[in-house]
Design a protein around this ligand. Structure first.
Ligand code: FAD
Length: 498
């Protein structure tokens, strides 16, 4: 019998659901590694480390089954490999176009649906066809129904409610850290050591120009590490996942977050398996429903929604710029120079990106994204920044989160209103403002909070564009009542201190 075609895996397809199902376990596995791709953009140093370590670890785990081919491009890598391959749908428009072209040319024998997401692209297309309402909440409920997650026997949502967001938005608890066991952390080994030495050399040779510090690795890169990280989260941190999901603490970067986006996005964990395991914790009484529902919503709802929107909204969507935001990212932002930043919330979030390539969701949306929105940073450039500076950034995850949700650059396709907020919000949801040089209540003067003043300047700049949005009526009315608006706008135009 002929040997089956080899399986070509991308670097975000590293888990057994990609390569070791009965259909694939007899196939040779091809990994193509491109040093040139690492040098093309300014990736976070820890991101390069994670991807490179993940590929080498998989090759080691698969033993004789795996072959790593070094090549400047995928096409060249396949030529060097010299045999036709099968592949799963990749995670970007560019890679998708490439594999489909290679399929037409016979180099790729088959393009299979990706097991990296619960719902297939085809199923989503049927769900989306002819819809009037296009809401994450509708999608999420249908996902729960379709896959039978957190439902009672009669098909109603467990506990009688679909949504526990209300219970999951509490302010910080009045202490400097959450009383939660620390997250799982990897123990670096000889593969990390070699990767670190190779990246050091590449940096010295000028082949790569990474940003951020090369801290110890924080996230899982192999299947066994990913299952350990998941288990620790489910055992010790899921029970407290819900209530403070939207809060920020200066001295607690991880809080109760899952820290699973890296292993999920590297394809090391099967998302439906993660969801089912979380549901078990509710069923066996070890985690409360509100927290489990909140977590399931992130994976089965948001993560899937963002993936499908990437394909649904198409390759031109990231060029949307509804608010005509044209400011170039400043140097301190591109260099992750947190020490240049005075505002405690912004400095903490930026330091997280510099030190770990990670900030949690509210820091991304309400601090970094909010700042970028207020200052009118170019959304496409900002998208590139998020994609390269964050260890969990991949092409598919950026457009809906950055262009849509955080920058409102699509004019309301993904979010119903801009996520712009002043210092009062940050003060309510964090412990940053107490020790900050800026005062969240002040909008004019030396100590005026850049978020508070920036909020009004943002509204003023975009008032005409936002006037048709009913959810903006109240803030725009507030703007009209501001006696010192002219001073605020003039001050923010000249602002250099953040
Ligand atoms: P938790 O808060 O514990 O959530 C659990 C899991 O849910 C995450 O691991 C993630 O897989 C999934 N999830 C939740 N929300 C989203 C979402 N909106 N989009 C996709 N997955 C989601 N997520 C990324 O995976 N990569 C990114 O590059 C990324 N960039 C973002 C940029 C902006 C401006 C914003 C607003 C959000 C971004 N997110 C991104 C979504 C979210 O912030 C991260 O998934 C989350 O902070 C990762 O940390 P965690 O694993 O501790 O997640």
């Amino acid at each position: 019998m002929n040997a089956p075609h080899a399986l070509w895996l991308f670097s975000d397809q590293l888990g057994p659901h990609f390569h070791s199902t009965p259909e694939h376990r007899d196939r040779e596995v091809l990994l193509i590694r491109s040093a040139a791709a690492f040098g093309r953009r300014r990736f976070h140093r820890q991101k390069l480390h994670l991807i490179e370590t993940g590929m080498r670890r998989l090759a080691a785990d698969l033993g004789g089954r795996a072959r790593i081919v070094d090549a400047p491009t995928y096409t060249e890598g396949l030529r060097r490999f010299g045999k036709p391959v099968v592949v799963h749908e990749p995670g970007s428009h560019a890679a998708d176009a490439l594999v489909r072209r290679l399929h037409d040319e016979g180099v790729v024998a088959e393009v299979m649906p990706t097991p990296g997401f619960v719902l297939s692209r085809q199923e989503f297309a049927s769900w989306a066809a002819g819809r009037h309402r296009f809401l994450m909440e509708d999608f999420y409920r249908d996902q729960r129904r379709r896959f039978g997650v957190l439902l009672d026997l009669d098909g109603h949502p467990a506990g009688g409610k679909w949504n526990y967001d209300h219970e999951n938005r509490r302010p910080p608890p009045g202490r400097s850290t959450l009383p939660v066991p620390p997250p799982w952390l990897p123990r670096e080994d000889v593969i990390d050591e070699r990767v670190r030495a190779d990246l050091d050399q590449a940096e010295r040779d000028g082949a790569i120009h990474p940003v951020g510090v090369d801290g110890p690795r924080q996230f899982a890169v192999s299947r066994s590490e990913a299952t350990s990280a998941l288990r620790r989260f489910l055992d010790l941190r899921l029970p407290t996942f819900g209530p403070h999901q939207d809060a920020m603490l200066h001295a607690d970067w991880a809080m109760s977050h899952a820290l699973l986006s890296v292993p999920l996005n590297l394809g090391l964990l099967d998302p439906l398996d993660v969801v089912r395991k979380a549901e078990e914790r509710y069923r066996d009484g070890t985690a409360p429903l509100a927290g489990v529902e909140g977590f399931v919503r992130q994976i089965l709802g948001w993560r899937e929604w963002v993936w499908h929107l990437y394909w649904h909204l198409g390759p031109d969507y990231p060029r949307r710029n509804e608010l005509q935001a044209r400011t170039k990212l400043p140097r301190w932002w591109r260099e992750l120079d947190a020490d240049q930043v005075e505002a405690a919330c912004l400095r903490t979030a930026m330091a997280g990106v510099r030190d770990r390539g990670y900030a949690h969701h509210i820091e991304r949306l309400m601090v970094l994204g909010n700042h970028a929105l207020q200052r009118g940073y170019d959304p496409a450039e900002l998208t590139g920044w998020f994609a390269t500076a964050f260890v969990d950034g991949f092409p598919w995850v950026m457009p809906a989160n950055v262009i849509g949700m955080s920058q409102y650059a699509d004019g309301g396709v993904v979010a119903t209103k801009p996520y712009a907020a002043g210092g009062a919000y940050i003060n309510r949801m964090s412990d940053h403002c107490g020790g900050c040089v800026f005062d969240p209540k002040k909008r004019v003067g030396e100590t005026a909070c850049p978020f508070t003043a920036g909020y009004w300047a943002f509204l003023d700049r975009n008032a005409e564009r936002l006037r048709g949005n009913p959810r903006m009526r109240q803030p725009l009315n507030g703007l009209g009542r501001l006696s010192d608006l002219t001073d605020v706008v003039a001050q923010e135009r000249e602002r250099r201190r953040f």
